[in-house]
Design a protein around this ligand. Structure first.
Ligand code: PMV
Length: 327
């Protein structure tokens, strides 16, 4: 056994600019399409994983509270993969906490599984390269594979477990966009993304969405590399609406939006018509991520805070890669 058995790591969530929705293989979390994201700075999950030769079960503690069985089971499955790779069968205590509310519509599973996977592999003395870490994090939550990296990140869909992982596209300094997360509801969503992915294929629109993804990925990559905000806004908003069109036309239908979601979407479109460089994207929840060009965030944030239905606004620049913390 490796000497340490315990390690801590930190990872940030990410916002998808071209989104992942639906799997070709649910167990392996092999996505139906490639995706592209910005890692979110200022927000993070810290996870400490301690393997204990005396423990008989895995224990998951989130923000100081013992987690419900379903959450523990999901993390235990992820640790099973790490145990298999390390060649031992020790149970662990996992402590995880985030500096943002888990009900705030920011993908806490991405930061949590990136941090837990990094901490668990380090605790076992496994020194994985970034691609291998990304592949493994993907198994816990698809979008976690992108949170392994900082800045702008692309998840290559691949055609099997070996070839499906994220790669860094550009560092955050390349284009310091700001994501203003307009929180309109902190209620837990009734259908989580794991279940949502399973419904994607029931929408008659999913095939068209997936078929068009290479075009949107290429447009998004180019907009990022050229720092072309108008082009970025066009593809980001189209991609988000295409994913929600699939969600809304699945059986059963998934309608994540609330009335205030639409209030923010209409306001952002109006502000852009007035010349502000801001565009909007929505994940599997009601809250709206408002991406702003550098220098635009202060004025847009003030406008968002004045909108009815917006409870709070997080301000996130591009964030850092997942990293180990001193024990
Ligand atoms: O990684 P998951 O299973 O939480 O799925 C993430 C799904 C979206 O956030 C809606 C899109 C994405 O690419 O992050």
């Amino acid at each position: 056994m490796p000497p340490a058995l315990v390690a801590s790591a930190q990872a940030s969530p990410n916002i998808a600019l071209v989104k992942y929705w639906g799997n070709r293989d649910d167990d392996l979390r092999l996505p139906s399409n490639g995706s592209l994201s910005m890692t979110l700075g200022g927000l993070h999950t810290v996870a400490r994983v301690a393997f204990d030769p005396a423990a008989t079960v895995d224990t998951l503690v989130i923000a100081g509270q013992v987690a419900p069985p379903a959450a523990r089971q999901r993390v235990a499955q992820q640790l099973d993969l790490v145990r298999a790779a390390a060649g031992h069968d020790l149970r662990a205590r996992i402590d995880s906490s985030s500096n943002f509310p888990s009900g705030a519509g920011i993908a806490s599973s991405a930061s949590a599984f990136a941090a837990i996977t990094l901490a668990a592999t380090a605790a076992c003395g496994l020194a994985l390269d970034a691609a291998a870490l990304s592949r493994l994090a993907r198994r816990g939550s698809g979008s976690a594979c992108r949170s392994v990296f900082g800045g702008f990140v692309e998840w290559i869909a691949g055609d099997g477990d070996e070839s499906s992982y994220a790669i860094p596209l550009a560092p955050g300094e390349h284009w310091p966009l700001i994501d203003l997360v307009a929180v309109v509801s902190q209620a837990a969503k009734s259908t989580g993304s794991t279940e949502g992915h399973r419904l994607a294929a029931s929408s008659p629109l999913q095939t068209a969405r997936v078929a068009d993804t290479p075009r949107r990925l290429s447009a998004c990559r180019q907009a990022l590399l050229e720092r072309d905000f108008a082009r970025l806004a066009e593809v980001v908003e189209l991609d988000s609406l295409m994913m929600h069109a699939v969600m809304m036309t699945s059986s059963p239908a998934l309608v994540y939006w609330q009335p205030s979601t639409l209030t923010v979407l209409h306001a952002v479109a109006e502000w852009r018509r007035q010349g502000h460089e801001v565009c909007a994207t929505v994940d599997a929840g009601p809250n709206v991520h408002c991406l702003c060009a550098p220098g635009q965030a202060a004025v847009v944030k003030a406008k968002l805070q004045d909108l009815p239905g917006v409870d709070l606004v997080f301000e996130c620049p591009p964030g850092e890669a997942a990293r180990l913390l001193p024990n």
